[in-house]
Design a binder for this molecule. Structure first.
Ligand code: GLN
Length: 456
């Protein structure tokens, strides 16, 4: 904990931590020492962690990197962070992210972007750590903490993990409680660990998940021993390679990365099969209807009354002006864009054309996966992202759809509610890390982690 606290102090330029909690960390570390001395220490005991700012932490500012939550300090602890603390983990502080987890580069944060500790060769251009869990990824990659929490609505654990050379797993929807995590798109959001290895991911995931009566979508299932599943033996497993993920214009190095991953799994004794997930091409448009729709509803609560920021009002301003001014000042541009898109697709005149249509296509995307798993596929291997980390500012002012394209390999997993993991798979020509994604069957995180372990 002391080593991490001083590393954090020396790494201000990465802008990974947005709020440090050294007193809490030292207190929790002392308690962990006492537990270890008594011989009552689970694996996570004494492990110093960073917590994404999307998690509500009791008595500690929790702003979801948004101006609208300025000054908000929750009275309660999120279930996931509470479980980690119950297991003896130590909180070093809160981590940077895209505002309300909307983004792929950490550039929508009210705190400014976090920075990727990696560089392209000798080129000094600062790169994005990815998003939305960019602070989590940068902090783990730069050894500011041993692991971090992330959340993933459309790829926000897996894409930043890939961009920074670490491991990140999004479990099955319902595996982790969403209680106390600021909601973005409730039918897609899941928490997960971001770690230095698959083994760490297995250990930390086990501590984070489990049924929670406070989240009706959390599954009432026993939590398996994920670490015990890591045998490294994948002989006889069937790994599906989806032909629809071979996109036009995919960079050669991403194709090469994928081929290397395939070869590695084949060498380990897995059977490689070509599969088809025919509705893949509709995943991005479907996600970018459903996620904003749910976000517009979830973000309606930021009204200047209940939480955080309230705009200064002038004489004669009524409640409508208060809402308008507060929301115009408190939300950044990307969040405002999503609220407008979401409100539009849910409006009486367009509900059937957009939201309802997207729900139906979502069911088809889910069915594609059910079909290949029913046909005997154990896991699916794809690249995690269509490129390595890009330069900060490079995409910021581009057409927002360019940024959305980053999520092309990851959003299907959230739409189908499946577990997905990104593991480091190699380097591009400029020495930047690239990630491979494995997608698993619902509730089979153990098997998924074991396949990733074989690939690691
Ligand atoms: N990049 C995606 C988005 O902007 C995913 C974000 C996430 O998973 N939280 O919506």
């Amino acid at each position: 904990t002391d080593a991490c606290l001083s590393a954090i102090e020396g790494a201000g330029a990465l802008n990974a931590f947005v709020h440090n909690t050294p007193e809490i960390a030292r207190e929790q570390a002392a308690a962990a020492d006492a537990r270890i001395a008594k011989g009552d220490a689970p694996a996570m005991c004494g492990i110093p962690l960073g917590i994404k700012d999307l998690f509500c932490t009791k008595g500690v500012p929790s702003q979801a990197a948004s101006g609208i939550l300025e000054g908000f300090t929750p009275e309660y602890e999120s279930t996931v962070s509470q479980k980690l603390f119950d297991a003896g983990s130590v909180m070093l502080g809160k981590l940077n992210m895209d505002e309300f987890a909307m983004g792929s580069s950490n550039e929508t944060s009210v705190y400014g972007n976090a920075v990727n500790p990696w560089r392209r060769g000798n080129d000094e251009t600062a790169l994005t750590p990815g998003g939305s869990s960019g602070g989590s990824a940068a902090a783990v990659a730069a050894d500011l903490c041993l692991a971090a929490t992330g959340t993933d609505t459309g790829g926000s654990i897996r894409q930043p993990a890939a961009f920074t050379g670490i491991t990140g797993i999004k479990p099955t929807y319902g595996r982790c409680s969403r209680w106390g995590i600021v909601a973005f798109a409730s039918s897609l959001d899941q928490a997960g660990p971001m770690t230095k290895s698959v083994r760490d991911a297995a250990i930390m995931l086990e501590a984070m998940c489990g049924h929670d009566p406070k989240d009706s979508t959390s599954a009432d299932l026993a939590v398996p021993d994920f670490e015990a599943a890591l045998t490294g033996d994948i002989r006889g497993k069937t790994i599906g390679i989806p032909r629809e993920y071979r996109m036009d214009g995919m960079p050669e190095e991403i194709e090469a990365l994928w081929q290397e991953g395939i070869a590695k799994m084949r060498d380990a004794g897995a059977k490689i099969v070509d599969i088809s997930l025919p509705h893949t091409k509709y995943a991005l448009p479907t996600y970018y209807v459903i996620a904003p729709a749910e976000a517009s509803s979830n973000l309606a609560r930021y009204d200047g009354v209940r939480y955080g920021h309230r705009a200064k009002l002038e004489a004669g301003d009524g409640i409508t002006e208060m809402y308008e001014k507060t929301r115009a000042e408190g939300f950044g541009h990307e969040v405002q864009r999503r609220v407008m898109v979401g409100t539009y697709v849910l409006s009486a005149g367009f509900y059937d054309a957009y939201y309802n249509r997207a729900r139906k296509v979502r069911a088809l995307i889910k069915r594609d996966f059910e079909q290949v798993f029913a046909d005997g596929v154990d896991a699916i291997l794809t690249p995690a992202t269509p490129s390595a980390a890009f330069g900060l500012g490079e995409m910021k002012n581009a057409d927002p759809v360019q940024m959305y394209l980053n999520d092309v390999f990851t959003v299907t997993v959230n739409l189908a509610g499946l577990p997905g993991i990104s593991v480091p798979g190699g380097m591009d020509r400029q020495g930047l890390p690239l990630g491979l994604q494995l997608i698993g069957k619902p509730w089979e995180e153990g098997e998924l982690l074991n396949c990733a372990y074989a690939l690691e």
